[in-house]
Write a protein that binds this ligand. Structure first.
Ligand SMILES: NC(=O)c1ccc[n+]([C@@H]2O[C@H](COP(=O)([O-])OP(=O)(O)OC[C@H]3O[C@@H](n4cnc5c(N)ncnc54)[C@H](O)[C@@H]3O)[C@@H](O)[C@H]2O)c1
Length: 251
Protein backbone atom coordinates (compact mmCIF):
# COMPACT_ATOMS: atom_id res chain seq x y z
CA UNK A 1 0.00 0.00 0.00
CA UNK A 2 1.69 3.15 -1.21
CA UNK A 3 -0.30 5.72 0.76
CA UNK A 4 -0.89 4.23 4.21
CA UNK A 5 -1.10 7.09 6.74
CA UNK A 6 -1.44 9.80 4.11
CA UNK A 7 -4.34 12.24 3.90
CA UNK A 8 -5.47 13.25 0.42
CA UNK A 9 -7.81 16.06 -0.58
CA UNK A 10 -9.28 15.70 -4.07
CA UNK A 11 -11.35 18.57 -5.47
CA UNK A 12 -14.15 17.93 -7.95
CA UNK A 13 -14.21 14.33 -6.76
CA UNK A 14 -17.94 13.60 -7.02
CA UNK A 15 -17.53 12.16 -10.52
CA UNK A 16 -15.21 11.79 -13.50
CA UNK A 17 -11.45 11.93 -13.12
CA UNK A 18 -11.69 13.26 -9.54
CA UNK A 19 -13.79 10.29 -8.41
CA UNK A 20 -11.33 7.93 -10.13
CA UNK A 21 -8.46 9.63 -8.27
CA UNK A 22 -10.32 9.31 -4.96
CA UNK A 23 -10.97 5.59 -5.63
CA UNK A 24 -7.35 4.94 -6.58
CA UNK A 25 -5.97 6.62 -3.45
CA UNK A 26 -8.48 4.79 -1.25
CA UNK A 27 -7.42 1.49 -2.82
CA UNK A 28 -3.85 2.31 -1.71
CA UNK A 29 -4.94 2.88 1.89
CA UNK A 30 -4.96 6.71 1.94
CA UNK A 31 -7.57 8.62 3.93
CA UNK A 32 -9.50 10.52 1.27
CA UNK A 33 -11.37 13.82 1.50
CA UNK A 34 -13.86 14.06 -1.36
CA UNK A 35 -14.61 17.71 -2.07
CA UNK A 36 -17.22 18.95 -4.54
CA UNK A 37 -20.16 21.32 -5.00
CA UNK A 38 -22.31 18.29 -5.83
CA UNK A 39 -23.45 17.03 -2.42
CA UNK A 40 -25.33 13.97 -3.66
CA UNK A 41 -22.40 12.90 -5.87
CA UNK A 42 -19.98 13.45 -3.00
CA UNK A 43 -22.10 11.33 -0.67
CA UNK A 44 -22.24 8.56 -3.27
CA UNK A 45 -18.45 8.48 -3.72
CA UNK A 46 -17.83 8.58 0.04
CA UNK A 47 -20.33 5.74 0.52
CA UNK A 48 -18.61 3.70 -2.16
CA UNK A 49 -15.15 4.21 -0.64
CA UNK A 50 -16.39 3.37 2.85
CA UNK A 51 -18.12 0.26 1.54
CA UNK A 52 -14.67 -0.87 0.39
CA UNK A 53 -13.28 -0.29 3.88
CA UNK A 54 -11.59 3.04 3.20
CA UNK A 55 -11.61 6.11 5.43
CA UNK A 56 -13.36 8.90 3.52
CA UNK A 57 -14.75 12.33 4.32
CA UNK A 58 -17.22 14.26 2.16
CA UNK A 59 -16.95 18.03 1.93
CA UNK A 60 -19.37 20.37 0.21
CA UNK A 61 -17.23 23.25 -1.04
CA UNK A 62 -17.14 25.58 -4.02
CA UNK A 63 -13.41 25.77 -4.69
CA UNK A 64 -13.74 29.15 -6.41
CA UNK A 65 -14.63 30.67 -3.00
CA UNK A 66 -11.82 31.13 -0.51
CA UNK A 67 -14.16 30.89 2.52
CA UNK A 68 -15.40 27.48 1.31
CA UNK A 69 -11.85 26.30 0.69
CA UNK A 70 -10.69 27.40 4.15
CA UNK A 71 -13.65 25.70 5.81
CA UNK A 72 -13.08 22.49 3.85
CA UNK A 73 -9.36 22.26 4.62
CA UNK A 74 -9.98 23.08 8.31
CA UNK A 75 -12.56 20.31 8.36
CA UNK A 76 -10.06 17.76 7.01
CA UNK A 77 -7.38 18.92 9.47
CA UNK A 78 -9.86 18.70 12.35
CA UNK A 79 -10.64 15.11 11.39
CA UNK A 80 -7.21 13.81 10.40
CA UNK A 81 -4.73 16.44 11.60
CA UNK A 82 -3.11 17.15 8.26
CA UNK A 83 -3.35 17.24 4.47
CA UNK A 84 -0.41 15.54 2.78
CA UNK A 85 -1.57 15.42 -0.81
CA UNK A 86 -3.74 17.92 -2.68
CA UNK A 87 -5.18 17.11 -6.10
CA UNK A 88 -6.51 20.25 -7.78
CA UNK A 89 -8.88 18.50 -10.13
CA UNK A 90 -12.10 20.59 -10.12
CA UNK A 91 -12.44 22.28 -13.48
CA UNK A 92 -13.95 22.12 -16.89
CA UNK A 93 -16.13 24.27 -19.13
CA UNK A 94 -19.77 24.26 -20.14
CA UNK A 95 -19.54 24.30 -23.93
CA UNK A 96 -17.03 24.44 -26.74
CA UNK A 97 -16.56 28.04 -27.90
CA UNK A 98 -14.64 28.09 -31.17
CA UNK A 99 -14.97 31.92 -31.47
CA UNK A 100 -13.49 33.96 -28.61
CA UNK A 101 -15.45 37.06 -29.57
CA UNK A 102 -18.58 35.17 -28.54
CA UNK A 103 -17.38 34.46 -25.01
CA UNK A 104 -19.26 36.65 -22.50
CA UNK A 105 -16.89 38.51 -20.15
CA UNK A 106 -18.47 36.87 -17.11
CA UNK A 107 -17.94 33.42 -18.60
CA UNK A 108 -14.26 34.19 -19.18
CA UNK A 109 -13.89 35.19 -15.50
CA UNK A 110 -15.80 32.14 -14.27
CA UNK A 111 -13.72 29.68 -16.30
CA UNK A 112 -10.45 31.25 -15.12
CA UNK A 113 -11.70 31.12 -11.55
CA UNK A 114 -12.82 27.49 -11.74
CA UNK A 115 -9.77 26.13 -13.57
CA UNK A 116 -6.95 28.34 -12.29
CA UNK A 117 -7.84 30.47 -9.26
CA UNK A 118 -9.27 27.41 -7.48
CA UNK A 119 -5.85 25.73 -7.59
CA UNK A 120 -4.28 28.85 -6.08
CA UNK A 121 -6.87 29.01 -3.28
CA UNK A 122 -6.56 25.32 -2.37
CA UNK A 123 -2.75 25.33 -2.56
CA UNK A 124 -2.62 28.45 -0.38
CA UNK A 125 -4.72 26.68 2.25
CA UNK A 126 -2.60 23.50 2.44
CA UNK A 127 0.93 24.81 1.85
CA UNK A 128 1.70 26.11 5.35
CA UNK A 129 1.03 22.67 6.89
CA UNK A 130 2.97 20.86 4.18
CA UNK A 131 5.95 23.18 4.60
CA UNK A 132 5.83 22.80 8.39
CA UNK A 133 5.83 19.00 8.12
CA UNK A 134 8.41 19.18 5.31
CA UNK A 135 6.45 16.81 3.11
CA UNK A 136 3.71 17.43 0.61
CA UNK A 137 2.44 16.74 -2.87
CA UNK A 138 0.33 19.04 -5.01
CA UNK A 139 -0.93 17.73 -8.33
CA UNK A 140 -2.76 20.06 -10.69
CA UNK A 141 -5.01 18.96 -13.53
CA UNK A 142 -4.13 20.79 -16.71
CA UNK A 143 -5.25 19.61 -20.16
CA UNK A 144 -3.96 18.93 -23.63
CA UNK A 145 -6.01 22.06 -24.41
CA UNK A 146 -3.49 24.11 -22.43
CA UNK A 147 -0.42 22.34 -23.85
CA UNK A 148 -0.57 22.84 -27.60
CA UNK A 149 -2.93 23.88 -30.34
CA UNK A 150 -4.17 20.39 -31.10
CA UNK A 151 -7.76 20.44 -29.85
CA UNK A 152 -10.22 23.23 -30.62
CA UNK A 153 -12.11 23.86 -27.39
CA UNK A 154 -12.37 27.36 -25.93
CA UNK A 155 -9.77 30.05 -25.41
CA UNK A 156 -10.69 30.71 -21.76
CA UNK A 157 -10.23 27.04 -20.91
CA UNK A 158 -6.97 26.88 -22.89
CA UNK A 159 -5.71 30.01 -21.11
CA UNK A 160 -6.61 28.64 -17.68
CA UNK A 161 -5.07 25.23 -18.35
CA UNK A 162 -1.87 26.83 -19.71
CA UNK A 163 -1.91 29.15 -16.68
CA UNK A 164 -2.00 26.13 -14.39
CA UNK A 165 1.35 25.05 -15.81
CA UNK A 166 3.00 28.40 -15.01
CA UNK A 167 1.47 28.26 -11.54
CA UNK A 168 2.72 24.67 -11.10
CA UNK A 169 6.28 25.60 -12.04
CA UNK A 170 6.44 28.66 -9.81
CA UNK A 171 4.92 26.88 -6.84
CA UNK A 172 7.36 24.01 -7.38
CA UNK A 173 10.23 26.47 -7.15
CA UNK A 174 8.86 28.02 -3.95
CA UNK A 175 8.18 24.71 -2.24
CA UNK A 176 11.10 22.50 -3.32
CA UNK A 177 13.25 23.28 -0.28
CA UNK A 178 10.42 22.21 2.01
CA UNK A 179 10.06 18.68 0.64
CA UNK A 180 6.92 19.65 -1.23
CA UNK A 181 6.62 18.74 -4.90
CA UNK A 182 4.19 20.37 -7.31
CA UNK A 183 3.44 18.76 -10.67
CA UNK A 184 0.75 18.74 -13.34
CA UNK A 185 -1.03 16.11 -15.37
CA UNK A 186 -2.28 17.15 -18.81
CA UNK A 187 -4.84 14.60 -20.00
CA UNK A 188 -6.07 14.26 -23.52
CA UNK A 189 -9.73 13.49 -24.04
CA UNK A 190 -10.96 11.26 -21.23
CA UNK A 191 -14.21 9.32 -21.12
CA UNK A 192 -15.98 11.14 -18.28
CA UNK A 193 -19.64 12.14 -18.06
CA UNK A 194 -18.69 15.68 -19.06
CA UNK A 195 -16.88 14.46 -22.16
CA UNK A 196 -19.80 12.26 -23.16
CA UNK A 197 -22.26 15.14 -22.79
CA UNK A 198 -20.09 17.52 -24.81
CA UNK A 199 -20.04 15.77 -28.18
CA UNK A 200 -22.34 13.81 -30.48
CA UNK A 201 -21.32 10.20 -31.27
CA UNK A 202 -20.19 11.37 -34.76
CA UNK A 203 -18.01 14.10 -33.23
CA UNK A 204 -16.54 11.55 -30.83
CA UNK A 205 -15.70 9.23 -33.74
CA UNK A 206 -13.95 12.06 -35.58
CA UNK A 207 -12.00 12.92 -32.45
CA UNK A 208 -10.90 9.33 -31.86
CA UNK A 209 -9.63 9.10 -35.44
CA UNK A 210 -7.03 11.72 -34.59
CA UNK A 211 -5.75 9.82 -31.54
CA UNK A 212 -2.74 7.58 -32.38
CA UNK A 213 -3.77 5.17 -29.60
CA UNK A 214 -7.15 4.78 -31.32
CA UNK A 215 -9.25 5.55 -28.23
CA UNK A 216 -9.79 8.12 -25.52
CA UNK A 217 -8.42 7.71 -21.98
CA UNK A 218 -10.27 6.07 -19.12
CA UNK A 219 -10.47 8.17 -15.92
CA UNK A 220 -8.56 5.44 -14.05
CA UNK A 221 -5.61 5.90 -16.45
CA UNK A 222 -5.38 9.57 -15.53
CA UNK A 223 -5.72 8.69 -11.85
CA UNK A 224 -2.79 6.26 -12.13
CA UNK A 225 -0.55 9.14 -13.26
CA UNK A 226 -1.74 11.35 -10.41
CA UNK A 227 -0.86 8.57 -7.94
CA UNK A 228 2.56 8.16 -9.50
CA UNK A 229 3.30 11.87 -8.96
CA UNK A 230 2.16 11.57 -5.33
CA UNK A 231 4.26 8.48 -4.71
CA UNK A 232 7.82 8.14 -3.46
CA UNK A 233 8.83 7.04 -6.97
CA UNK A 234 8.33 10.64 -8.10
CA UNK A 235 10.06 12.29 -5.11
CA UNK A 236 12.64 13.99 -7.37
CA UNK A 237 10.07 15.27 -9.90
CA UNK A 238 8.79 18.77 -9.40
CA UNK A 239 7.47 21.45 -11.72
CA UNK A 240 6.86 18.78 -14.36
CA UNK A 241 3.90 18.11 -16.61
CA UNK A 242 2.90 14.56 -17.47
CA UNK A 243 1.24 14.43 -20.89
CA UNK A 244 -1.30 11.60 -20.96
CA UNK A 245 -2.92 11.82 -24.36
CA UNK A 246 -2.53 8.59 -26.34
CA UNK A 247 0.09 10.21 -28.57
CA UNK A 248 -1.92 13.21 -29.78
CA UNK A 249 0.74 15.66 -28.60
CA UNK A 250 4.37 14.69 -28.10
CA UNK A 251 6.66 17.35 -26.66
N1 LIG B 1 -12.45 14.73 -19.33
C1 LIG B 1 -11.54 15.19 -20.14
O1 LIG B 1 -11.54 14.90 -21.35
C2 LIG B 1 -10.43 16.09 -19.61
C3 LIG B 1 -9.32 16.31 -20.42
C4 LIG B 1 -8.31 17.14 -19.96
C5 LIG B 1 -8.40 17.71 -18.70
N2 LIG B 1 -9.49 17.48 -17.93
C6 LIG B 1 -9.53 18.13 -16.62
O2 LIG B 1 -9.67 17.14 -15.61
C7 LIG B 1 -10.48 17.65 -14.54
C8 LIG B 1 -11.68 16.74 -14.30
O3 LIG B 1 -12.42 16.66 -15.50
P1 LIG B 1 -13.71 15.71 -15.64
O4 LIG B 1 -13.91 15.48 -17.08
O5 LIG B 1 -13.60 14.59 -14.70
O6 LIG B 1 -14.86 16.71 -15.16
P2 LIG B 1 -16.34 16.41 -14.63
O7 LIG B 1 -17.17 17.55 -15.11
O8 LIG B 1 -16.78 15.02 -14.96
O9 LIG B 1 -16.16 16.52 -13.05
C9 LIG B 1 -15.80 17.75 -12.48
C10 LIG B 1 -16.26 17.77 -11.03
O10 LIG B 1 -15.91 19.04 -10.50
C11 LIG B 1 -17.02 19.52 -9.73
N3 LIG B 1 -16.98 20.98 -9.65
C12 LIG B 1 -17.32 21.86 -10.63
N4 LIG B 1 -17.21 23.11 -10.19
C13 LIG B 1 -16.79 23.02 -8.91
C14 LIG B 1 -16.51 23.98 -7.90
N5 LIG B 1 -16.63 25.29 -8.14
N6 LIG B 1 -16.10 23.54 -6.68
C15 LIG B 1 -15.98 22.22 -6.43
N7 LIG B 1 -16.25 21.26 -7.33
C16 LIG B 1 -16.64 21.67 -8.55
C17 LIG B 1 -18.25 19.00 -10.47
O11 LIG B 1 -19.40 18.98 -9.63
C18 LIG B 1 -17.78 17.61 -10.88
O12 LIG B 1 -18.06 16.65 -9.89
C19 LIG B 1 -10.84 19.07 -14.93
O13 LIG B 1 -9.93 19.97 -14.38
C20 LIG B 1 -10.72 19.05 -16.44
O14 LIG B 1 -10.50 20.33 -16.97
C21 LIG B 1 -10.51 16.67 -18.34
Amino acid sequence: MRFTGKVVLVTGAARGIGAAVARAFAAEDARVAVCDVDEAGTRAVVGELEAHGAQALGLRADVTRSADVRAATENVEARWGQIDILVNNAGGFGRVRPASEEIPDEEWDAILRLNLTSAFLCSKAVLPGMKRRRWGRIINLSSIGGRGGTVLLSSHYAAAKAGILGFTRHLALEAARFGVTVNAVAPGTTATERFKALRTPAETEALIERVPAGRVAEPAEIAACVLFLASDAAAYMTGATLDVNGGVLMV
